[in-house]
Ligand binder design. Structure first.
Ligand code: NAP
Length: 309
């Protein structure tokens, strides 16, 4: 019987692991399919306090894991397939095996939002990607024009990173101002190899027949004009979707799937807590996720202490 099972090893999950481990709760931490979470796909993280020169996202997550393990957190590379919460203890099915837990912290994060085009799905991994840090250096993208879709911090970060490899980076955004923070937006627009394409959406990724990306079909939302922009890759950076499908109908969530806690990290099911991007569509920063992980760990500790009184 586990005292606490933490689902997810992003900033929220690993901070919860650190705190519950230091509280002698011997946490079991399940990685899911992306150990370290989305931050491992970022290059330099410049806004996590304590690293004045910035720190590589992968390294930051590796350090967080080591720190949690130092106090006894057990990290298991495994995926949760089902969770039964109607009976106590809770039962999680993890890679086919049952695990019983007194408490659960959901820190399952969020995945990349897709454009929702058939051609996008058909050309995924054949030039369509959701991660410049992971795929940008591939030979097929070198010295080629590339398209980044989106106007937020992620899109700016992807576009800037891709200037290392691309001949030109076209930043296709559906409005004429970026949503990104001022510093990121200014840095991006000042880059000589990044060209913004305003008020435009991708309506098709070309060319499914050739089984590789050769361009995108664009529609200008102000003029309705259609055009084709040649490129060798499409990097989609239009936000995220919470990884909460497992808990649909059981844990309260909004219409987009973000978990809505009752108070702090406490969900509508006593003994189940939440932290990080799977419940936060407002701040979504590494440091806020870490803070939420800390809060969830403290809530778990208090809940278990009250149960055992
Ligand atoms: P975001 O801020 O939600 O931005 C998503 C962008 O995609 C928006 O510009 C949005 O357009 C556009 N978009 C959404 N759906 C679209 C669609 N179907 N078709 C075309 N465009 C679409 O997401 P994010 O950039 O991933 O950032 C998420 C959070 O992480 C933010 O809080 C951000 O500050 C943070 N973040 C921080 C850093 C950093 O500080 N280093 C790096 C990355 C992310 P509209 O603007 O018109 O809505």
């Amino acid at each position: 019987m586990e005292k606490v099972v933490i689902i997810g090893t992003g900033c929220a999950g690993l901070t919860a692991a650190l705190y519950t481990a230091r509280a002698n709760l011997n946490p079991l931490v399940l990685t899911g399919v992306m150990p370290g979470g989305l931050l491992t796909t970022t290059s330099i993280v410049e806004n996590f306090p304590g690293f004045p020169e910035g720190i590589d996202g992968y390294e930051l997550m590796t350090r967080m894991q080591k720190q949690a393990e130092r106090f006894g957190a057990r990290i298991k590379f495994a995926t949760v397939e089902a969770v039964e919460v109607s009976k106590r203890p809770f039962t999680l099915t993890v890679d086919g095996d049952p695990i019983q837990a007194e408490t659960i912290i959901i820190a399952s994060g969020a995945g990349h939002r897709h454009l929702g085009l058939e051609s996008e799905d058909q050309l995924e991994k054949k030039g369509v990607t959701y991660c410049a840090t992971c795929d940008g250096a591939l030979p097929m993208f070198r010295n080629q024009p590339l398209v980044v879709v989106g106007g937020g911090d992620s899109a700016c970060e992807e576009a800037t990173y891709l200037t290392r490899f691309a001949s030109t980076v076209y930043l296709v955004h559906r409005r004429d101002t970026l949503r990104a923070s001022k510093i990121m937006a200014e840095r991006t627009l000042a880059h000589p190899r990044i060209k913004p394409v305003w008020d435009s959406v991708v309506t098709e990724v070309l060319d499914v027949k050739q089984d590789k990306v050769t361009g995108v079909r664009l529609k200008n939302l102000k003029t309705n004009a259609e055009s084709v922009l040649d490129c060798a890759g499409v990097f989609v950076a239009i936000g995220h979707l919470p990884n909460t499908q497992l808990f649909k109908g059981v844990i309260d969530m909004d219409e987009n799937g973000y978990i809505i806690p009752k108070e702090g990290s406490i969900t509508n099911v006593p003994g189940i807590f939440v932290a990080g991007d799977c419940s936060d569509h407002v701040y979504r920063q590494a440091i806020t996720a870490a803070g939420m992980g800390c809060a969830a760990a403290i809530d778990v500790e208090r809940y278990l202490a009250a149960l055992n009184q």
